[in-house]
Design a protein around this ligand. Structure first.
Ligand code: GYE
Length: 309
């Protein structure tokens, strides 16, 4: 027992909050930044004991991790879910054990909202709409009124990030008859898979004008595939991406990527605050969206020094 509790806001208790966090994996720069944010906010010096579990992009690993957290009788469980569905049973077990659950980043779909305490993350559908609107304006400004053929590299199928971005983009772009979605396929949010899927698109279609990559890492893979095929990404082929990680700004400055729609991964402090409130039986907001912007290439150089991830 430490006798060092000198700070007034310790209010007599220096017991750490034990929090189990089931993370998706380490598939992207976004995810790595998210893990770093969670680990630093849920540190001992902030009053937490963190049990971190990496699910390697598999929901079954997450379900196992949550059961582990329950059997260790943690104070709070946080989950960044791989997919939206399949959570009812294990969340019912957490509820029976009286352990509050914070969902972070992607969303879940459950018939009973009391299976989780709260959620914080991004409006993925809005991100998709923003991407489409940016593209429509960009082509208009360039005077390109002829048919634009689009391919979409989707994220993990069934994840909120994929579902929202696919729907937001698709619903918006279909209102304009000069855009045609040639194909969409998952690249699982990784650079390697993004490259592979882009290579196969390039074999099937010789008239691709636009690539929509549902995260920056898949865009980097697609850019490599395009260059290897003798195309000029950012010029002959417009590259629209999501996340807006630092490496995307570098890619925009290099002229390879045209725009990245921001997705903020810095959820650690938000989750820490929610966990503390839940432990104090304070009311929390059930659903909390974070604010996000759109970063086109022309402002990349100016913005890069301000980027935190
Ligand atoms: O866009 C992608 C990551 O769920 C918002 O997951 C997150 C997404 C993010 O792999 O890079």
């Amino acid at each position: 027992e430490s006798a060092q509790s000198t700070s007034a806001n310790d209010s007599g208790s220096n017991k750490l909050i034990t929090i189990g966090f089931s993370q998706v994996g380490a598939e992207s720069d976004w995810r790595v930044a998210n893990t770093a944010s969670m680990k630093s906010a849920l540190s001992e010096k902030n009053g937490f004991k963190l049990i971190f579990a990496d699910a390697q992009q598999k929901q079954e690993n997450q379900i196992k991790a949550v059961r582990d957290f329950i059997s260790q009788d943690v104070d709070v469980i946080a989950i960044a879910p791989v997919t939206e569905t399949g959570w009812e049973t294990v969340l019912g077990e957490a509820k029976d054990a009286d352990i509050p659950v914070i969902i972070v980043d992607r969303m879940i779909k459950v018939s009973d909202d009391s299976l989780f305490s709260c959620w914080v993350g991004s409006d993925f559908q809005k991100e998709g709409v923003n991407a489409a609107e940016w593209l429509v304006n960009y082509m208009k400004e360039k005077g390109k009124t002829d048919k634009q053929n689009v391919v979409v590299l989707q994220g993990t199928i069934g994840s909120s990030a994929e579902i929202g971005r696919t729907k937001g983009f698709g619903d918006t772009i279909k209102k304009y008859d000069n855009f045609n979605i040639l194909a969409q396929q998952t690249g699982e949010f990784t650079q390697a898979k993004g490259q592979e899927v882009m290579e196969s698109f390039l074999k099937q279609y010789n008239d691709i004008d636009v690539v929509i990559a549902q995260n920056d890492n898949m865009a980097f893979g697609a850019i490599d595939a395009l260059k290897a095929a003798g195309k000029a990404p950012g010029k002959d082929v417009t590259i629209v991406s999501f996340d807006a990680v630092k490496a995307a700004f570098k890619s925009m400055i290099a002229g390879d990527m045209n725009v990245s729609v921001e997705c903020n991964p810095l959820h650690g402090p938000r989750v820490a605050e929610l966990a503390k409130k839940l432990m104090n039986d304070e009311k929390v907001e059930k659903i909390q969206y974070v604010d996000e912007k759109v970063y086109p290439a022309e402002i990349a150089e100016k913005e890069l020094p301000n980027r935190q991830y």
